[in-house]
Unconditional design. Structure first.
Length: 99
């Protein structure tokens, strides 16, 4: 007999129960195991979100470094920042907060 005929008879001779078990095992392998397809998609989405967060914080760090350099380079900028954010004043000044 030909190999194809033997394989065809073997596949056709599988009972319904064996096919159900085979499909269930394949489903467990792809969907319910530790390295399942669903978990992989979830982890890829998490990685994408974390990469966007990394990029956001990298840009935020660069802007903060620029602000810090600006404050450290000039006493006038430092005084202006302290007055605006911490309501500090010189001895002869008064502060009026307008909201």
């Amino acid at each position: 007999m030909d190999f194809r005929k033997i394989m065809k008879k073997r596949v056709l001779s599988l009972s319904v129960y064996q096919l159900i078990i085979l499909v269930a095992l394949i489903a467990m392998l792809f969907f319910f195991s530790d390295s399942s397809l669903l978990k992989r998609i979830k982890y890829e989405n998490e990685i994408r979100d974390l990469k966007t967060q990394i990029e956001y914080y990298r840009k935020q760090t660069e802007t903060d470094k620029a602000k810090l350099n600006e404050l450290q380079s000039s006493l006038e900028n430092l005084e202006k920042y302290a007055r605006e954010n911490y309501l500090m004043k010189k001895e002869n000044e008064e502060i009026f907060v307008i909201e």
